[in-house]
Design a protein around this ligand. Structure first.
Ligand SMILES: [Zn+2]
Length: 571
């Protein structure tokens, strides 16, 4: 059938198969949840307004992602009542939170409508703007001395449109002014009701970021947000820049880069916005805090630690808060379930002013996301491709410990200037570093009594089987998955893991820790090199899609692991 004159690309049967057999649900909490019942009346009222704000922000991200998202969603909603194909297509749309997106399994993006594709610059840029033309225009504008406008075009917080034969940048607070003002209202009402003073204060600043074209407001809001540790409510406007693939192409153009550097212009990918609302789980938070206690000792153990300034160290208090959160709402970027959904997120990222000016970070762990694992399927994977003596060590709570280590590791190692110098490899190498440091430092947590030797084996085994046994060959735009492949290959190459003649996984626990320590050294050396060429060589060398990866992916496919995710919200 046609929606707004676009044909739905999948038949009713195909959609039915995707929805009923290839989609898993993540249930967020409802009003019967214990943690909700325990909230003060004021916080309960505040929560309703925060959820309203979250829902509005979803429209913002839809607009940022694709120019046809909103109109196609509305049309699907209209048709869904009386038409099963449209109803299924709408569920697929809501899962991707857009007209198209990768599903983490197929190489090409899933496109719901014939004739509607995504573009490198999403809707941040005109969709007909090619890389070549983009560079040409920027170069010409610089030659004509239009430095300020170019700076705005290459900023994280603008939508870029054509203006004659040039480009023109519009700040988010202007482009999204009507909805931003409504969201700000909701935040101010929530601030009025909440019973926590620090949280109230933060909401006030956050509302201002939506009303003023002023990066300092974001900085102030971020700084008030990053110190929240003991309050009951959670509210975050996520600003991450992984979706925009166009801005960063400038790093590949040395001639243009030279001009941009001479003009003193900073290049940042565009921020995709999203909102997370939740209730802090104080029990889960305690466990996370036990890992934080040892961060300063880990900083001392980082490779080449004298060659760069540590974010954390024995003289500086770690500016990092951490909470475990029961989720009420995930919208916008958080709800773009394109092959994956985040289990934890440490913000602000390094490109943000708050971090550049010494502000801290806050790490939020997503309980309902990590608890939604398809255990039946993993039992079968263990049966088929892992030796029996390792089965006892597969435990998803051990994956949570790995994630805690990963998130903490973002605070260790060379800072933003080194990371950014790697150009289009910066996110991939940074995510990779966080993975490798997390695993490499786990033996330290055995030494300091936080975890047992048995838990260490569970962490290693679960990491390999749950994370590194990949569903499909990753593509460049999936930095986390590319990193997983690098790690799998490195472990094989160094015999920390191996497969026997029956294709069953073995782990050599005696050398696993040492191999990871060496891997961390090599990774930090790449960051310190500041060389995109070195990063490319490192990544290329370790991302071959080998025999065992292919076998594992085939097994995943045979077992029908579910690439689509549906977030069920009850507020
Ligand atoms: Zn990360």
């Amino acid at each position: 059938m046609k929606i707004n004159s676009y044909e739905i690309a999948y038949s009713e049967d195909e959609l039915k198969d995707m929805i009923e057999h290839k989609m898993r649900q993540i249930h967020l909490i409802d009003r019967n949840f214990e943690g909700y019942k325990k909230l003060s009346d004021g916080d309960k009222k505040a929560l309703e307004h925060l959820v309203a704000a979250a829902k509005m922000m979803n429209d913002v991200s839809l607009e940022q992602d694709h120019k046809l998202n909103r109109v196609m969603k509305r049309a699907l909603e209209n048709e869904a009542e009386g038409n099963t194909q449209a109803a299924y297509a709408l569920r697929l749309f809501n899962s991707l939170n857009g007209v198209e997106g990768v599903n983490g399994v197929d190489e090409k993006p899933v496109e719901i409508f014939k004739g509607i594709s995504g573009s490198m610059g999403r809707n941040f840029y005109p969709d007909d703007l090619t890389v070549h033309e983009f560079h040409e225009i920027i170069s010409k504008m610089l030659d004509e001395g239009k430095k300020d406008e170019v700076q705005k075009i290459l900023s994280a917080r603008t939508m870029v449109r054509r203006k004659g034969d040039e480009l023109h940048a519009i700040d988010y607070t202007e482009y999204f002014a009507p909805v931003f003002s409504e969201i700000a209202n909701e935040l101010e009402v929530a601030a009025h009701y909440t019973t926590d003073e620090k949280f109230k204060d933060f909401l006030g600043w956050q509302a201002q970021t939506l009303l003023q074209n002023n990066e300092d407001m974001d900085m102030l809001a971020d700084k008030h947000w990053a110190v929240l540790q003991d309050n009951d409510l959670e509210f975050t406007i996520g600003r991450e820049n992984y979706d925009d693939q166009l801005t960063q192409t400038i790093y590949n153009n040395p001639e243009l880069m030279a001009k941009i550097q001479a003009a003193g212009i900073e290049i940042n990918n565009k921020d995709m916005l999203g909102v997370r609302v939740g209730i802090v789980n104080h029990e889960g938070t305690k466990l996370i805090m036990r890992f934080k206690e040892h961060m300063n000792e880990l900083a001392e153990l980082m490779p080449y630690k004298d060659k760069y300034t540590q974010n954390v160290g024995k003289d500086s208090e770690l500016k990092q808060t951490m909470v475990d959160v029961d989720l009420v709402a995930l919208t916008g970027d958080y709800a773009q379930c394109r092959g994956a959904i985040t289990t934890a997120q440490n913000l602000p990222n390094n490109d943000k002013l708050a971090v550049k000016t010494g502000g801290g970070r806050r790490n939020v762990y997503h309980r309902q996301v990590r608890q939604s694992v398809d255990m039946e399927k993993y039992k079968q994977i263990l049966e088929r491709m892992v030796v029996p003596e390792l089965h006892q060590y597969f435990d998803v709570e051990a994956d949570h410990l790995f994630v805690i280590g990963h998130e903490n590791a973002h605070s260790l190692g060379p800072k933003a200037e080194y990371q950014n110098a790697l150009g289009q490899y910066k996110n991939m190498i940074e995510e990779h570093k966080a993975d490798v440091a997390s695993i490499a430092f786990m033996p330290e947590y055995v030494k300091n009594g936080t975890i047992s030797e048995e838990q260490l084996r569970k962490i290693y085994t679960t990491w390999v089987v749950y994370r590194l046994f990949m569903k499909a060959k990753p593509v460049f735009v999936m930095p986390h998955r590319m990193a997983d492949l690098m790690q799998f290959n490195y472990l094989l190459e160094n015999r920390a893991i191996w497969f026997d003649e029956n294709d069953k996984l073995h782990i050599n626990f005696d050398i696993f820790g040492k191999v990871m320590t060496k891997f961390l050294e090599e990774t930090i050396a790449v960051q310190l090199s500041k060389s995109p060429k070195k990063a490319k060589e490192f990544v290329d060398r370790l991302t071959t899609w080998g025999k065992y990866s292919a076998k594992i992916a085939a097994l995943h496919e045979e077992l029908g692991l579910k690439p689509y995710i549906e977030i069920k919200s009850y507020f």
